[in-house]
Design a protein around this ligand. Structure first.
Ligand SMILES: [Zn+2]
Length: 87
């Protein structure tokens, strides 16, 4: 038996699941990690954000969050029309 690195529950060790009991735990662990590098697609999105005309700082922060921290809850911009995302 192994112990899941994410949720701590015991699970039978196999070659494909060494550290996490499920792929969900692996995904959660991956999202919880602090990335030391920004992916090329994210850099591109950041450049687009730099050139975008946004009506408020909150909206800018929300766009920024969506790029670099999509797993965090959205920043609610008061009075700003948030563009809904399809996810
Ligand atoms: Zn787990």
């Amino acid at each position: 038996m192994g112990v899941c690195n994410w949720c701590g529950s015991a699970f039978p060790l196999t070659r494909s699941t060494r550290k996490y009991c499920t792929t969900r735990c692996k995904t959660n662990a991956c999202l919880g990690r602090k990335p030391s590098r920004i992916r090329a697609a994210e850099v591109e999105a950041l450049h687009e954000l730099l050139q975008a005309e946004l009506p408020s700082a909150e909206l800018f922060r929300e766009r920024l969050r969506a790029i670099i921290a999509p797993h965090l809850p959205p920043i609610v911009a008061e009075g700003a029309a948030l563009v809904p995302t399809l996810d």
